[in-house]
Design a protein around this ligand. Structure first.
Ligand SMILES: O=C([O-])CC(=O)C(=O)O
Ligand SMILES: [Mg+2]
Length: 114
């Protein structure tokens, strides 16, 4: 999904679109480390059977995520929250880390930064 920086309104819509086995990939229209997601979103995603979250912005509640056992990769850990004002796009190709990720792509991720 693609979001306005510092705004996680569309993340709510994206969660509703997710299903079992999915990995949710979150990007913003310009660089931002503001926190888009945390324990609450992770809990909602996990309940839908989502396998992980990749977010090219901030994430938080890292201890709770670890306790939940929910895998999340983010560009930053930040306490700076977001507003819920501007829509975005769900189920569209996005670019992050020099890669284009399309809906339905297979994602392989680990914790080795490799
Ligand atoms: O509520 C938010 O915007 C992000 C967060 O901390 C959570 O999902 O727990
Ligand atoms: Mg939280």
């Amino acid at each position: 999904m693609l979001s306005w920086p510092g705004d996680n309104l569309v993340l709510h819509a994206a969660v509703e679109q997710c299903g079992a086995g999915d990995i949710l990939v979150v990007t913003t229209t310009s660089p931002s480390t503001d926190c888009m997601s945390g324990e609450l979103f992770a809990t909602a995603l996990r309940q839908r059977g989502v396998r992980g979250l990749v977010i090219d912005a901030g994430d938080r509640d890292t201890r709770e995520l670890r306790e939940l056992g929910f895998p999340a990769w983010s560009a930053a850990v930040s306490a700076q929250g977001t507003v819920k004002t501007t829509g975005g796009s769900v189920n569209v190709p996005v670019a992050l880390g020099g890669q284009v990720v399309r809906p339905g792509d297979v994602i392989l991720a680990d914790d080795r930064w490799a």
